[in-house]
Structure formats: structure tokens, C-alpha cells
Ligand binder design. Structure first.
Ligand code: LLP
Length: 431
């Protein structure tokens, strides 16, 4: 379900050959398909339509202003986790009422900024944070709204680094403490605490953990109602999967079929529950690829290395999480077009290849032990499903400038972030 397709043996993003994009922006570069972003946003919106949720795109996954502007034009709100993301969202024209702000370590300065901007919702992660928000709101004379991030102790069965809704994680407040939290802070004069926020992990490849966590949240809501505290907002967070391999992830409609029936009854009537979703990866991941050029090919022992100009500094996920990203040449020829994106493709003429970067670390790889068509110096490779947590986690390690970013819309390609120069690299150093 994306617009990166081979035509006559050559990869295109929408109607533009990938090689043209590499010429336009140089490599490494991130390439995004606008129409894929639109389709992914709309399929989630349509799947959850019975709940009329507010979709708050998770800025952290791909935060280029052009991408944010496009999502704002589709009606999206934004989920932010820092003052920087908040300013990006505002600069992209997002209505502040549609901005939700999570994060365990909001600084006083960031809280002041968010209050000044009159954002829609603070997602609160601890007692101390709530008290701090209330204090600052009072000082500034600005009232606001908040949801309590509840830790439902549900296992999302994903990488431990991105498991967030299990007890012992640093996120949210344990379910057992939540009632007491609302009893203590639920009548604060400055901060109206009438929401529950969940975000259990990312990516979540089955619907069962959502079922479990929403059921727990509903039990909490009912217990609070008995104490006279009405919850008006339920923010379910993000975590919906993406297809790193073809057909790996449930569809938006699958997640919706699990979640909608639990909430539909509460989203109608005179005071309907407001539902918020914070999708990131499911919108952006398959809307982006990383283009990289092979600098050298070499043998070492019995292994073949394709040494590329992108590496862990351009896309950290393989190295950091052991994440799988499908990699394939941009111009393999008609007979070598991959039938699907999978770990092992059985096709004649493939060679076991290590796709690595230029950095001085053995952990600097994009793909380990992959069967690929023979690659040569100068070939372009596409690293797929790189639109989420790609560019936003890139670094300048080994003093490599950050990659360029290109947005394609039909036949038009626009550079939305220029490649950094050496001057950019040292711009903040003093002397
Ligand atoms: N809401 C909250 C509160 C979050 O912490 C996150 C992601 C999201 C929404 C969006 O989740 P998504 O829909 O994108 O799954 N760097 C990791 C992923 C970290 C996710 C952090 N929080 C990776 O590359 O897999």
C-alpha cells in the first residue's frame, strides 16, 4: 500500500524514477511519497470513523515541516513530546487545540511554551509533573486541560526499547495509583484533569494488547464515574504497525474492528467521549525510503560487503533495534524486480550481501546477511519503510552531514531539506 513501485525494472516514487531523485538531491537522501502519506492518513481516519477521533500525527516519527504541513492540510492534529516539536507543529499551521503533549520530562520552559500556545491537552506522566504544571499555570494565570497517562501493564510484544505500557517502564502512572491520582488532582482549579492517555508500545503487531488496555481504561473510567469524576477524553496513543515485510502488519481496519466496538457506545449521545489517536509509523514508515549509493564492493573472508554512503548515522534502526528494512537495488532490471518485500527471496542469481555504511564501527550496517542481486560500485539501493524514525533519528556521527529530504507529489519532486554542508556541521562550535 505505497507508491514505491518498479516500472520496467526501475524503481519509481509515484511518477518519478528514483535515480532522478538521487541526481536531484544527492545521496544519501530520504524520499517521501505525498500520496502515500495521504492514503495512510485517510485509511486510519476512515477505519475509525464511527468514533470520529482526533488524529494527532506523532511528530517524532518524521518531523519535516513540509510533511507536517501536508498532514495539517488533511485535518491532522499533532502529538508532540518537546518544545521543539511543539514549535514545528505550530510553524506547520497546526491548530493548537489539536496539539497533545506527552513526555516524562517536560521542562518548565517547555510547559510555559505549551501554556502560552494554548495547546489542547497535556498528557501527564507523574504526580510531580502534575503539580508542576498546576503551579506554572497558576503563575501564568492560564488554565489548561490534561489527561493522565496510565500504564495498563500490558505486553505489546515488541522490542523492549519501545515497550512502554508495562509496569516497570518509566511511562505513565500505574493503574492502581490512577484512581487516587484523580481523587487528589481531579478538582484542580488550573488544570482540568478529565482525560486518560494510553500508549503501550511501538510497533504493536496484534490487536489483542489494544483490547486489553482499552478494557482496563474503561474499567478505570467506570470506577471514576462512581466517584463523580467524568472522563471526557480517551487518548489511545499510537503504535499501529507498518509493513517492513509485505503484509506484515494488521490493517487500519483490523485495529479498528477491535477497538471501535468497545468505544462506539460511549462516543454518541449528549456528551460523547472524545477519542484521540496518535499514529506515527503507520502513516509515515512506508511513505519513505532511504536512497543510498554503493561506494565499494569487497570480499572479507567468505562475505561480500556492499559499502554504502548511508549507514547507522542515516538510519539507526537496524543497528539500534536489530530492525529489518528491506533493501533492493533501484534499477535491478525487469527480471530481478522483487515479488514482495521479505527477509529471504528465492530468485536465481542472488548473492549473500552485507549492506554496510562508511562509519568506523562494525555495528554500522543497514542489512545483514541478505540475498541481493549482484551490486556494483555506483549502484543505487533503496532502503524501504524508512519514512518513520529514519531522518528524525539520524546523526552527524563521524562528521557526516545529515541527508537531504525530498517530497514527491505525482511528477513533481521538491527538496524539503537540503543536504547539510561542512559549514552546517561546525555552525554551533565556538572558536
Ligand atoms: N504516542 C506516544 C506517546 C509515543 O511515545 C509514540 C512513539 C507514538 C504516539 C507514536 O507511535 P507510532 O504510531 O509511531 O508507533 N524509534 C522507535 C520507535 C519509538 C516510538 C516512540 N513513541 C523505532 O524506530 O521503532
Amino acid at each position: 500500500m505505497d507508491e514505491f513501485r518498479y516500472q520496467h525494472g526501475v524503481l519509481h516514487c509515484e511518477a518519478v524514477p528514483a535515480a532522478d531523485l538521487a541526481r536531484l538531491a544527492g545521496t544519501p537522501c530520504y524520499v517521501y511519497s505525498q500520496s502515500t502519506l495521504t492514503q495512510h492518513f485517510e485509511r486510519l481516519r476512515d477505519a475509525f470513523a464511527p468514533l470520529s477521533p482526533l488524529l494527532c500525527y506523532s511528530v517524532k516519527c518524521c518531523s519535516n515541516l513540509a510533511i507536517l504541513r501536508h498532514l495539517v492540510s488533511l485535518g491532522s492534529g499533532m502529538d508532540v513530546v518537546s518544545g521543539g516539536e511543539l514549535q514545528r507543529a505550530r510553524l506547520a499551521g497546526c491548530d493548537p487545540a489539536k496539539i497533545v503533549y506527552a513526555g516524562v520530562g517536560k521542562s518548565d520552559e517547555e510547559i510555559r511554551l505549551a501554556l502560552t500556545e494554548r495547546i489542547g491537552l497535556f498528557n501527564i506522566e507523574s504526580e510531580m509533573e502534575f503539580e508542576n504544571l498546576s503551579r506554572i499555570a497558576k503563575e501564568m494565570g492560564l488554565k489548561t486541560s490534561a489527561a493522565l497517562r496510565v500504564n495498563p501493564d500490558v505486553d505489546p510484544k515488541t522490542h523492549r526499547y519501545t515497550t512502554t505500557g508495562k509496569r516497570e517502564s518509566k511511562f505513565g502512572v500505574d493503574l492502581e495509583r490512577a484512581e487516587a491520582f484523580f481523587a487528589k488532582y481531579g478538582h484542580d482549579p488550573m488544570v482540568s484533569l478529565r482525560g486518560i492517555h494510553l500508549h503501550i508500545g511501538s510497533p504493536v503487531y496484534s490487536t489483542a494488547p489494544y483490547l486489553e488496555s482499552v478494557e482496563k481504561a474503561l474499567r478505570l473510567m467506570d470506577a471514576l464515574a462512581e466517584r463523580g469524576i467524568t472522563i471526557t477524553t480517551l487518548d489511545l496513543g499510537g503504535g499501529f504497525g507498518a509493513d517492513y515485510e509485505s503484509d506484515q502488519s494488521p490493517l487500519a481496519i483490523d485495529y479498528a474492528q477491535t477497538i471501535v466496538p468497545l468505544l462506539a457506545g460511549r462516543c454518541t449521545g449528549s456528551s460523547p467521549l472524545r477519542v484521540i489517536l496518535e499514529p506515527g509509523r503507520t502513516i509515515a514508515a512506508n511513505a519513505g525510503i532511504l536512497l543510498t549509493r554503493v561506494e565499494y564492493v569487497k570480499q572479507s573472508g567468505d562475505r561480500t560487503f556492499a559499502i554504502c554512503d548511508a549507514g547507522m548515522h542515516s538510519l539507526l534502526r537496524p543497528s539500534h533495534y536489530g530492525a529489518f528494512h528491506f533493501v533492493w537495488p533501484v534499477a535491478p532490471g525487469e527480471s530481478m524486480v522483487p515479488p514482495r518485500r521479505a527477509r529471504e527471496l528465492v530468485m536465481p542469481g542472488l548473492v549473500r550481501t552485507e549492506v554496510v555504511g562508511p562509519l568506523c564501527e562494525t555495528g554500522d550496517f543497514l542489512a545483514e546477511d541478505r540475498l541481493l542481486p549482484t551490486v556494483a560500485r555506483g549502484d543505487l539501493l533503496a532502503v524501504y519503510t524508512a519514512g518513520a524514525y529514519g531522518m528524525t533519528m539520524a546523526s552527524r556521527y563521524n562528521s557526516h552531514p545529515l541527508p537531504a529530504e525530498v517530497l514527491v507529489n505525482g511528477t513533481t519532486a521538491t527538496i524539503i531539506r537540503r543536504r547539510e554542508s561542512f559549514a552546517d556541521l561546525i555552525a554551533h562550535e565556538v572558536s
